[in-house]
Design a protein around this ligand. Structure first.
Ligand code: RP5
Length: 164
């Protein structure tokens, strides 16, 4: 991966309003030095763009797609139906129903079209980024090493915490 600028992970979201949540996924990928792209691709407002994105992703060298959406969150499932790449779905917290609508829209996929569904909100976006790193690390020893270092740091941070 060293020296690669070709995006390996596509971070897509249904609206600009999702970026506040989805930037947590992009931040993790940047932290691990994973080339990635972030785009607005809406299942409802730009359905043709969504279909083209899904159809072209593999040929462009993407290996994982992280798709975040809120409300009637069809983006992850519709993208997964048009690619064989792993798709990680992030339910964005909606105002009306607190993200339960997003979660249920994403998680209940019919057998045959998998979407790996994460938690609602920023924690889910962060974990989608980490899961993408874990997927890529399967064939990239330098990423595997960084994951071990990340875990050691995280554990050490918690162990060093004290309460007032
Ligand atoms: C979905 O509708 C988006 O993923 C977003 O979470 C939600 C609301 O979109 P905006 O009205 O804020 O653009 O498509």
């Amino acid at each position: 991966m060293a020296g690669t600028t070709q995006p390996l992970v596509g971070v897509i979201m249904g609206s600009k309003s999702d970026w506040e949540t989805m930037r947590a996924a992009a931040d993790v990928l940047a932290e691990f030095g994973v080339p990635h792209e972030s785009e607005i691709v809406s299942a409802h407002r730009t359905p043709q763009r969504m279909a083209a994105y899904a159809a072209e992703a593999e040929g462009r060298g993407l290996e994982v797609i992280i798709a975040g959406a809120g409300g009637a969150a069809h983006l992850p499932g519709m993208v997964a139906s048009q690619t064989v790449l792993p798709v990680l779905g992030v339910p964005v917290q909606s105002k009306a129903l607190n993200g339960m609508d997003s979660l249920l829209s994403i998680v209940q996929m019919p057998g045959g079209i998998p979407v790996g569904t994460l938690a609602i909100g920023a924690a889910g976006a962060r974990n989608a980024g980490l899961l993408a790193v874990r997927i890529l690390a399967g064939s990239r020893p330098e990423l595997r090493k960084k994951l071990h270092e990340f875990h050691q740091r995280q554990t050490a941070d918690v162990r060093s915490q004290t309460l007032d």
